[in-house]
Write a protein that binds this ligand. Structure first.
Ligand code: 5AD
Ligand code: SF4
Length: 460
């Protein structure tokens, strides 16, 4: 479309990302669409020409944080304006989607409010602000008919690991969750686009791809009049030369079909680590949450997965104090946790989200009870995490080296179980998968030595 008059100027863009990996992915795409306007990444908001807060609405705390961050940005913007320049402030993501008008009213210095489905239109919105809509602000929280993915530049590989967003939105309507309202209906991208995107990423140096979606295993992409499941997509991706590892997140127990379970057994690239949220171990609460599965269904899925892939480790999300949860219901959760054994977990106090069915229930659990249950649950989950990590000592893992480490001479990578592993080694190994023997447990990572060297040391 000819030269963009703005493209020659270098401008600083700072994006703060809250919440899930989907948002991390979206932030990178927003940076991509703004690059042609001359925006390059800044490490801090100080002095930036544009700041985007890519927000999360999943729990109350995450949403509150946005308003306190906006307060700080207002000061920075005022300073820039006093110096004769300006700082564009945009609020993107799920808080923007859910509370767009309130943001405009409460923080009138915000220039742009955009929902997760419209970030491909960011350049247009920036241009509108530049044309003088400034002061009134641009609000775009539609769910456009044409998927945003058709309007976005293909992501470029940025290191050995990459994300591919394959699915968005959710039709499950768990009664506690805002996602179906903020991200909209389930949408699956066509397999041909995804395979092309994955090939480009691998050619650019990525050897691990994580497939993303709010309800990723509900994937149902259309190709030549046929519907592809996630299992079929994973098998097709596994054919790509150079793609060594495949992961997917976040999945729902109800969509864990037998073919996908089987893929865990016969697709070696599929990593033996699965995030499969259960939320609660009580059948009564699971039904009230509209999860569509029982604790026994969950147990059976895990059993099948462990049958085909004995070394599979699990991760889950939990909510304590969902309305109506009794001590007995909570004990059911603790029992399920003890029985399954999780390598990693995320647990939260129930947070009533405006507009969701559970928020209106009269049986809200008192805050102190939610807090106490969370504390008890987290002690059990933390112990399981430590136990899982401790059991790794002495084992040899293939580790995908991704970054220089914090200490000089060290490099860091990720194990098949997504644990951070560091080793003393030449940075030339970054990008390779190397066999490392785990020798120590540290606060946030595992220490390792080269597997063959430790073998030599043992046999010497
Ligand atoms: N309150 C507490 N936790 C929630 N989650 C989603 N909605 C809520 C809520 N209203 C948690 C669920 C979900 C994870 C992403 O966030 O456990 O799996
Ligand atoms: Fe929210 Fe996940 Fe339930 Fe969808 S499946 S409504 S994203 S918790």
């Amino acid at each position: 479309m000819g030269d963009n008059p703005q493209s020659g100027q270098r401008k600083k863009l700072f994006i703060k990302t809250y919440g899930c990996q989907m948002n991390v992915y979206d932030s990178a795409r927003m940076a991509d669409v703004l690059a042609p306007l001359g925006y390059t990444a800044a490490e801090t908001p100080d002095g930036a020409d544009m700041v985007i807060l890519n927000t999360c609405h999943i729990r109350e705390k995450a949403a509150e944080k946005v308003f306190s961050d906006l307060g700080r940005l207002r000061v920075l913007k005022t300073e820039k304006v006093a110096g004769g320049s300006d700082m564009l402030i945009a609020v993107a993501g799920c808080v923007a989607q859910a509370e767009g008008a309130q943001i405009m009213a409460r923080a009138p210095f915000v220039d742009i409010v955009l929902g997760p489905q419209t970030y491909h239109r960011l350049p247009e919105m920036v241009a509108k602000v530049a044309r003088g809509a400034h002061g009134r602000g641009v609000l775009d929280t539609e769910f456009p008919l044409e998927p945003k993915f058709d309007h976005l530049p293909a992501p470029k590989a940025d290191g050995p690991t990459a994300f591919v967003s394959i699915q968005e939105g959710c039709d499950k309507f768990c009664t506690f969750c805002v996602v179906p309202y903020t991200r909209g209906a389930e949408y699956s991208r066509p397999p041909s686009d995804l395979l092309r995107e994955a090939r480009t990423l691998v050619e650019g140096g990525a050897s691990e791809i994580t497939l993303l979606g709010q309800n990723v295993n509900a994937y149902h992409g259309e190709a030549d009049g046929k519907t592809w499941t996630l299992a079929r997509l994973v098998r097709a991706l596994a054919e790509i030369d150079g793609l060594k590892r495949i992961r997917y997140t976040t999945s729902h127990p109800r969509d864990m079909d037998d073919d996908l379970i089987k893929a865990h057994g016969d697709v070696p690239q599929l990593m033996p680590f699965l995030h499969l949220p259960v939320q609660s171990g009580s059948d009564k609460i699971l039904a009230a949450m509209n999860r569509g599965h029982t604790r026994d269904d969950y147990r059976r899925i895990i059993e099948k997965l462990r049958t085909v892939r004995g070394d599979l480790a699990l991760s889950s999300d939990f909510i304590t104090g969902y309305p109506g949860e009794t001590d007995a219901d909570f004990d059911d959760t603790l029992e399920l946790v003890q029985e399954i054994g999780f390598a990693q977990s995320f647990s939260f106090k129930y947070s009533p989200r405006p507009g969701t069915p559970a928020a209106n229930l009269k049986t809200q659990v008192p805050e102190d009870v939610k807090t106490e249950r969370l504390h008890v649950l987290q002690q059990v989950l933390d112990a399981q995490l430590r136990q899982f990590n401790a059991a790794c000592i002495g084992k040899t893992f293939d580790v995908l080296m991704t970054n220089p480490g914090r200490n000089p001479g060290q490099i860091v990578g990720r194990s098949p179980y997504l644990q951070a592993v560091h080793v003393t080694a030449d940075p030339k190994h970054i990008g390779s998968i190397v066999p490392l023997k785990i020798v120590s447990l540290e606060a946030y990572s595992l220490g390792a030595v080269w597997a063959d060297e430790s073998e030599r040391a043992v046999s010497a």
